[in-house]
Structures are given as structure tokens and as C-alpha cells.
Design a binder for this molecule. Sequence first.
Ligand SMILES: *[C@@H]1O[C@H](CO)[C@@H](O)[C@H](O)[C@H]1NC(C)=O
Ligand SMILES: *[C@@H]1O[C@H](CO)[C@@H](O)[C@H](O)[C@H]1NC(C)=O
Length: 405
Amino acid sequence: MNGQSQKIENGDRPAETRRCLGFSGRHSLFLSLVFGVMLFFYFTNMRGMSPEWNPKQWMQSHSTKLFIPFSMQSKTNSSRSKGKAAGASIGLAQDATTARHPQLPSWLTERILKAKAAWQTAAPYVTRGPYLVEYPYEYHFTINEPQKCEQEKSFVVLMVPVAPHNRAHRDVIRSTWGSEKMIDGKAVTLFFLLGKQTESDAEQVHQQLVQESKDHHDLIQSDFVDCYKNLTIKTMVMLEWLNSFCSSAAYTMKIDSDIFLNVPNLVTMLQNAPRTNYMTGLVVYEAQVLRDPSSKWYVPMSILSDPVYPPYALGLGYILSLDLTKKLVEASQYVKAFYIEDAYLGLCMYHLGIRPVDPPNEFSFHVFPLIYNRCDYSKVIATTVHGYEDRVSIWRDIKRPGPHC
Ligand SMILES: *[C@@H]1O[C@H](CO)[C@@H](O)[C@H](O)[C@H]1NC(C)=O
Ligand SMILES: *[C@@H]1O[C@H](CO)[C@@H](O)[C@H](O)[C@H]1NC(C)=O
């Protein structure tokens, strides 16, 4: 476990910082200073960013900038308790806001409530422009497995977004954690989620995919253009698909293709989890909405005027109770679909008045790569793996008999 990841996961601040969280005049001045310094570093560093944007790497090197300095989220006592996790649903907007941000300054509370009211009254619209994606929109499935969830009586459905040409990633997953189909009598079903390939070899890739689908019966493809900026479309199409073809399953987990997943630990956690209105993963609180137009995560005020995002689970791997798939698709009619998929789902959750919760064990999810060792990996649910490590060897090692720690 590295220090950075600990910081992001428990969200704890040193005592000195915590004492500055009230909002008296003196404190606001302090706050503005801190914020100014953060902005300075942020703008300075942004210039040095490579044009190829890799959000995970970005997170790893810029983690602190994701969080507004005045994190009001005190998670030291109450929020860890299972009782609270069980009561995941929070009814009305007003209650939700105050419960979530117990110490929010009133100007911010008002702003959030206003934005929320606007979303609720806005008519469904068609999205356009560089920061918005083509959603809602009627896409069509070109490769499908309509029966599989029913046939397997899936308990949890694992959904892995991956590019059409990336066969290698799919094969690694199939030969490692993707091969775990039954844990404690609970069926685990795996699917890969693809958009449309548009490169010059598109026809050839299509033929290969058709064959791959015949061999493995684990591909779902839709006809939107598959590219990083369209990840929000991929996620929403995934939710539509789950709602249509897997509604009898209890849970789904969206998981990135470069992650190690400990399937038994996942199933164990879910056996004791709420069955409705449940979303968990690595939840971030008070993440800033970035306003520097040169930032790869830039979101203009016209799209989202709030200074911070509501709590959301990072995209590396998050879990939803199946009832949420329908609710999130409905909410997406009222929340402008922008390109940052995990933050977008957070906004849809906020629209629903449902809060993502921390997992029972705070070290279950790691966005920063955890160097492989048998003991640590036996305890996680999902972690990013270092690029230099061989995931097949890791898998063989963790599965060999004998004590893990
Ligand atoms: C948090 O825990 C401390 C002691 O561990 C206790 O004094 C305090 O009242 C608790 N705060 C809340 C909000 O429960
Ligand atoms: C995302 O997908 C839509 C629908 O296929 C497409 O019109 C759009 O060009 C794609 N976006 C990018 C950046 O390729």
C-alpha cells in the first residue's frame, strides 16, 4: 500500500487542516490562500501534460488536485459503520444535501440545490458539442448475448469496457479472474463491452469479433464510435443493456480491463450488501470541477456550474445493485451527458438523491497500483496492477494452495 493511495482512500486530513474547516472570516481567508496556491500549482503543472491523456496516470501524479482543499467530509467515525451503508438511499434533495455536506457553506448548498432543481424541471434534450456526448441516443447492439444472464442465473455481472481490437486484454482476463464462474454457489458472469471500430481494418476486426463471440459468448457490441471520449456513452449503453438483459441479477460491477479483481472477495462483500439503491467502489468526495480550458478534464460553467462534483465512485471499478441501472438511465434524461463517465454517474446518482457508499473495508479498492504480494492481493477487491507486472503470473501465484499471509 503506498502513502498516496491511503490518502485518497480514507480522505482523512491532518488535524491542523481539519481545524480550518469551519467557515469564519479568518478561515475563509485561509481557505482562499490555500485555494490560490493549489490553483497556481495546478495551472503550472497542466502545461506539462502530455497530449495523450491517460486519466489513471493523471490521477496517480495529480491526486491532490482532484480534491478541493476544504474537504468537509469527515469519515472518521460514523460513515464507516455498516448500518449507514445499509441505509444507502437518501430521500429528498434537501435532506440529501444536508446529510451529505453537514458543514457546507450556505452559498454552496443553495447553488447545489438550485442546479438540482434546474435538472429536475429541464425537459429531456439532445446533447452536442466537444464536452458533451451523444447521449441519450438510440444505439443498437451489433453483437449480443440476450439469454446468458437468465441461463446462468447470474448473481453478479462483471462488465469490462475494452476497445474492439484489444483481444489481448480480453484473453488475459479470460485466463485469470474472468475464469471464476461460481463462488459460494453464486454465479458470476463476465461480459466485454465494445463500441464500433472505425479504423481502416474495421471489416477485418468485425470478422474476428464475430468468431471470438462464437467461441466465448462474452461480447456485447453497440454501434457508437469506440473511443476514450465516448466512455460515458459506453457506460450508459451498458446500463441500458443490463436493464434489458440482466435484470434478474442482483449486482453488476463495471471494471476496467487493466485491473486485478479478487472475485471471491467481491462476492463475499456483496452477500452482505444492500440489494437496492446500492453503489460502492472507491468513492471520492468534493472533487473539483476543473475550469482551466487547457485541462483534459475541463468542464465549462455552461455544462456544470457547481464548483465540486457530488460524491462519485472512481471508474476503475464500481458496483451497482441491478435496480440502479434503470434509475440511472432515467436520470440521464435530465443530466447533461458529459465525457467524464464516473463523475457523470455521480451526478446522475445525485439527481436520484442516492449516495454512493464506501465499501465496508476501506482498503478494498486501489486506484494507485499495488505492487503484487500474495498477502495484500488476497485482501483487496480491485486494484490497478503495475504495467511491468505479468497478470497471468500474479494469478497463478495467488491461486496456488497455502496460506496467503
Ligand atoms: C467521533 O468519535 C469520537 C471518539 O472516537 C467522539 O468523541 C465523537 O463524538 C464522535 N463524533 C461523532 C460525530 O460521532
Ligand atoms: C462518439 O460516438 C458518436 C456516436 O457514434 C459519434 O457520433 C462521435 O463522433 C463519437 N465521438 C468521437 C470523439 O469520436
